[in-house]
Ligand binder design. Structure first.
Ligand code: PGA
Length: 261
């Protein structure tokens, strides 16, 4: 049983990006490896985040396994003339329970702006989707000593319409852009420093809420490095890209996460 004294339950989310390893087979395989236990019986929350086209299959394969299915993006409006977009109520109607917002690939390659994210965060929460907000610096920003400035800017701009009451529902993923898909991970010290800085920024907004916000690390997490990263004192889980495409490796990362803090 989850320990009710722990304010933050671990979360490991697998971001498939624009890949589909076969949602139904994958989710059934992963559920078997995790013991086919309900969410409450599992030590950590486990999310699978497929492309839109595989969400329905993933939800139906997840059934009562405790695995939750999340999307990789959404539009802030409920409906309307937004060709090619998908809204939060459309996702919840499918049985989707969360959404990744502000991934660096969307920001850098697909024109996602802080203004758009400032609208998407409250829209996700209002529909009952748990958002994972991704923040992180480029290699040049880190080398120039601008990591904290970037994190402060993104968190202030993207969360500006989220109230203190809603803040505990938000998950933040610290994803240094130079570590995504590169095989480079941030060092333990870099990760710890960034994550505690993120928590201090959240605490400046609402100290009580900040103790409940889950902060994940993302960037080249795999079965070999997960245990070391996930043992850091202030980290609440991982957002996993490439390594999540293999259910065996992803299950090992989940096992490394432990129950939470
Ligand atoms: P990666 O991706 O694990 O393949 O580096 C992480 C992410 O983009 O969230």
């Amino acid at each position: 049983m989850p320990d009710s004294r722990r304010p933050r339950r671990s979360l490991v989310a697998g971001n498939w990006k624009m890949n589909d390893p076969g949602a139904a087979g994958y989710v059934a395989d992963l559920a078997g490896r995790l013991g086919n236990r309900s969410r409450n019986a599992q030590e950590a929350d486990v999310w699978v985040c497929p492309p839109f086209t595989a969400l329905a299959d993933a939800v139906s394969a997840a059934g009562n396994s405790g695995i939750e299915i999340a999307a990789q993006n959404m539009h802030a409006e409920h409906s309307g003339a937004f060709t090619g977009e998908v809204s939060a109520p459309m996702l919840t109607a499918l049985g989707v329970s969360g959404v990744i917002l502000g991934h660096s690939e969307r920001r850098e390659l697909l024109g996602e702006t802080d203004d758009a994210l400032a609208a998407k965060l409250p829209a996700a929460l209002a529909s009952g989707l748990v958002p994972i907000l991704c923040v992180g610096e480029t290699e040049a920003e880190r080398e120039d000593g601008n990591t904290e400035r970037k994190l402060r800017h993104q968190l202030e701009a993207d969360l500006k319409r989220v109230s203190g009451r809603q803040l505990p529902e938000v998950v933040v993923a610290y994803e240094p852009i130079w570590a995504i898909g590169t095989g480079k991970t941030a060092t333990a010290q870099q990760t710890q420093d960034a994550i505690s800085f993120v928590r201090s920024l959240l605490a400046a907004r609402d100290a009580a809420a900040a103790t409940q916000v889950r902060i994940l690390y993302g960037g080249s997490v795999n079965a070999d490095n997960a245990a070391e990263l996930l043992a850091l004192p202030d980290i609440d889980g991982a957002l996993v890209g490439g390594a999540s495409l293999d259910p065996g490796q992803f299950a090992q990362i989940v096992a490394a996460a432990g129950p939470g803090r």
